[in-house]
Design a protein around this ligand. Structure first.
Ligand code: PEP
Ligand code: MN
Length: 337
């Protein structure tokens, strides 16, 4: 349920209405914008009599939110959210460019790729330290040593770190060392992990699950937001379909769908979506053209010998050309890289 208040309602009146509603056992989430004052009601609203709320002279109207996600809902927050990662914004006019290898392999590897992608225009560094591999015999990542190497690359380049968390036990370490905590596709519905991340105030990059619907994905965002952490960036990374030519099927329609349903920023991962390095370029361009707020792209200096996902990694020179061309598309739609 959302309550829209009349323009000019004073803070005291807002507080009175909030208190009256919260006495009925639901939480009120206020959004005070230039044009609109919205009170979003979160929790069990079945005991709320909307006619009673409508009787208040400051209330413009009361609306029911049909969707099960509330805090992530655009109705609660009509303006698109801009997430601030130590001054680097995700969701505004500037497009977030996250780039780096699938996995951190060595100090030399991660720092040289970080330096290259930074020169090309990347503003975040990705690199997995804890890898969710399908096979237990495949490279599992350098783990805590990988985090240390990411910090060294950050020291050299200033690029904020984006890396995946696998276990709730590592949250304190990630809060300390990492700028954006990635929740991978395989953990999108690890609700205990989501709940714990909701208690932090770190930016969470929430990847869409392998077979998750858009509503299930937004409900996972809601888990984190319900705990109080509203710093969430969604990432479409391809979903399972009957098609086997590509690793997954990139659901580009998720971008306009999320923009309609939610205020959260959404970025695209064309690397995991396709599993083919030569498809990264055209799909990255399509993503920017349709309004994605950023891209996360796997870049490796030696894809043929990468310990993970070499087949979908582009070389730094290819990334450089891609960013040059993406700047033109961004400019054409009034955004910048
Ligand atoms: C990754 O980004 O390295 C990764 C494992 O992605 P996903 O969770 O989308 O498969
Ligand atoms: Mn990968």
């Amino acid at each position: 349920m959302i309550v829209i208040l009349k323009q000019g309602t004073t803070q005291k009146e807002i507080d009175n209405i909030t208190d009256a509603i919260e006495k009925k056992g639901v939480k009120v989430n206020p959004v005070i914008g230039k044009e609109l004052i919205i009170l979003g009601l979160v929790g069990d609203t079945s005991k709320i009599d909307h006619t009673q709320i409508e009787a208040n002279r400051n209330v413009e109207k009361v609306m029911h939110v049909a969707e099960p996600f509330k805090k992530a809902n655009r109705m609660f927050h009509p303006e698109p959210s801009i997430i601030d990662v130590n001054g680097n914004k995700i969701g505004g006019n500037k497009i977030a460019m996250i780039a780096g290898p699938c996995s951190v392999e060595s100090e030399e590897q991660i720092t040289s790729i970080a330096e290259d992608v930074k020169k090309s225009g990347a503003n975040f560094l990705r690199g997995g330290a804890f890898k969710p591999r399908t096979s237990p015999y495949a490279f599992q990542g350098l783990k805590y040593e990988g985090l240390e190497l990411l910090k060294k690359a950050k020291e050299k380049t200033g690029l904020p770190i984006v890396t995946e968390i696998m276990s709730p036990y590592d949250i304190d370490k990630f809060v300390e060392d990492v700028d954006v905590i990635q929740v991978g596709a395989r953990n999108m519905q690890n609700f205990d992990l989501l709940k714990e991340l909701g208690k932090t105030n770190k930016t969470i990059l929430l990847k869409r699950g392998l077979s998750a619907t858009i509503e299930e994905w937004l409900m996972s965002a809601e888990y984190i937001m319900a705990g109080g952490n509203e710093n969430i960036v969604l990432c479409e990374r391809g979903i399972r379909t009957f098609e086997t030519y590509t690793r997954n099927t990139l659901d580009l329609s998720a971008v306009p769908a999320i923009k309609k349903l939610s205020h959260l920023p959404i970025i695209i991962d064309p690397s995991h979506a396709t599993g083919k390095w030569w498809m990264v370029d055209p799909l990255a361009k399509a993503a920017i053209a349709i309004g994605a707020d950023g891209l996360i792209i796997e870049v490796h200096n030696d894809p043929a010998n990468a310990l993970c996902d070499g087949q979908q990694s582009i070389k730094p020179s290819v990334y450089n050309n891609l960013v040059t061309e993406l700047r033109l598309i961004a400019k054409a739609i009034g955004r910048e890289i």
